[in-house]
Design a protein around this ligand. Structure first.
Ligand SMILES: Cc1cc2nc3c(=O)[nH]c(=O)nc-3n(C[C@H](O)[C@H](O)[C@H](O)COP(=O)(O)OP(=O)(O)OC[C@H]3O[C@@H](n4cnc5c(N)ncnc54)[C@H](O)[C@@H]3O)c2cc1C
Length: 337
């Protein structure tokens, strides 16, 4: 019921959202590849990641800037080069493409399973469908109360409840905006081989200033596409996951069709998900301001999955060593109070 499903997630390294994310991403890539080697299951696939936007736009400048600062490999492509290289793309004449050679896909269901299996092998006590209704911190530790009335004790509490973060942190009154997001899968009607991951990258298109759609290759379930943000506010307990609203598919299709005309206009599947957004679209990685044994974690704002292993490592280091090699200032709780 959370925000980590949907068969494929985007990973990319040259990061327009801010160069402070790049060192964390470098570590994330290492950890994803380590996890993949450990499990023998395909968890990450490098396909390249193409961002297409108006030449000179902030998003393209941001990617180029982070690539320059951290020596990430990118290629800059004109509209005719993009059309020639991938026959399925139809960019506007005033657009430019930046191809991040480390862009690719993560497979979230397999990654979560791998993490659960490994943590279980290392002694974790995993409890599913166990709702926490209350928590307390005392000088000596923390306690949790489940919906069924069981009490669980521990040294440290990590609250990472996604769209339900505000529910478990009512005292902080965090300015979080939970946004409905719908993912769609489409079949190609032409050039279906080019939509395969061997032949085309992830691609995102800035169709208006600051507004994008993203599309992933066909990993076997169809071509996944969605509008990034632009959803309306929802409550995680009340969101309707079963029904589409009239315009949701139509809107995506009308934006996508001119750029990628070879996809069928009717989707074959969809999934409803939620973005939990902070006002500045940074994450939350910080101790609770009133309790030093409670850590609040939210890899949120619609771009956090690719950071999940490095954030896991950061959490471990904060709890065990109280040190972190990354600058966590952008992710402080104080900025939101
Ligand atoms: C449609 C969509 C596409 C995305 N695409 C990308 C992408 O391409 N690349 C990328 O990097 N990121 C992407 N993201 C963002 C990223 O996937 C999410 O931000 C991230 O996975 C959220 O993880 P989380 O652990 O914070 O939250 P969740 O995955 O929602 O996990 C929170 C969990 O806490 C549980 N919980 C809540 N309250 C309680 C309680 N009281 N007691 C017990 N359990 C509780 C919930 O049931 C849930 O399982 C996308 C997000 C969405 C929605």
């Amino acid at each position: 019921m959370g925000s980590s499903h949907g068969k494929a997630r985007v990973i990319r390294k040259s990061y327009s959202e801010g160069i402070h994310f790049v060192p964390m991403l470098e570590r994330s890539y290492e950890l994803f590849f380590d996890l993949q080697d450990l499990t023998g299951s395909e968890l990450i696939k490098i396909t390249g990641g193409l961002t297409v936007a108006k030449k000179g736009s902030d998003v393209l400048d941001g990617i180029k800037n982070s690539a320059k600062t951290y020596n990430c490999e990118i290629e800059i492509l004109s509209p005719s080069e993009m059309k020639y290289r991938w026959k399925i793309f139809n960019p506007d004449q005033d657009m430019e493409g930046v191809l991040d050679l480390m862009g690719g896909a993560l497979f979230p269901e397999r990654i979560i399973k791998a993490n659960l299996d490994i943590s279980k092998d290392h002694g974790a006590d995993l409890r599913f469908n166990t709702k926490i209704v209350k928590w307390r911190s005392t000088g000596n530790g923390v306690s949790l109360e489940t919906e069924k009335g069981d009490i669980i004790y521990g040294d440290t509490l990590i609250i990472s409840s996604g769209a339900w973060l505000s529910t478990l942190l009512e005292d902080l009154n965090l300015p979080l905006f939970v946004e409905r997001q719908v993912l769609f899968w489409f079949n190609p009607i032409k050039n279906s081989k080019i939509f395969l991951p061997e032949n085309s990258p992830n691609h995102s298109w800035e169709y208006e200033d600051g507004r994008t759609i993203y599309v992933q290759p066909n990993f076997g379930q169809g071509v996944k596409a969605a509008i990034h943000h632009d959803g309306y506010e929802v409550h995680p307990e009340k969101i309707n996951r079963n029904r589409l609203n009239v315009n949701e598919e139509k809107k995506l299709r009308s934006i996508m069709n001119p750029y990628i005309p070879d996809l069928d206009i009717d989707s074959i599947d969809h999934a409803v998900c939620m973005y939990t957004n902070t006002p500045d679209r940074e994450f939350i990685i910080d101790f609770h301001p009133n309790y030093k044994n409670v850590l609040v974690i939210s890899p949120c704002s619609g771009h956090g999955f690719k950071f999940s292993p490095v954030i896991g490592e950061i959490v471990f280091n904060l709890i065990i060593t109280n040190k972190c090699e990354f600058n966590l200032n952008p992710f402080s709780i104080e900025r939101l109070l």
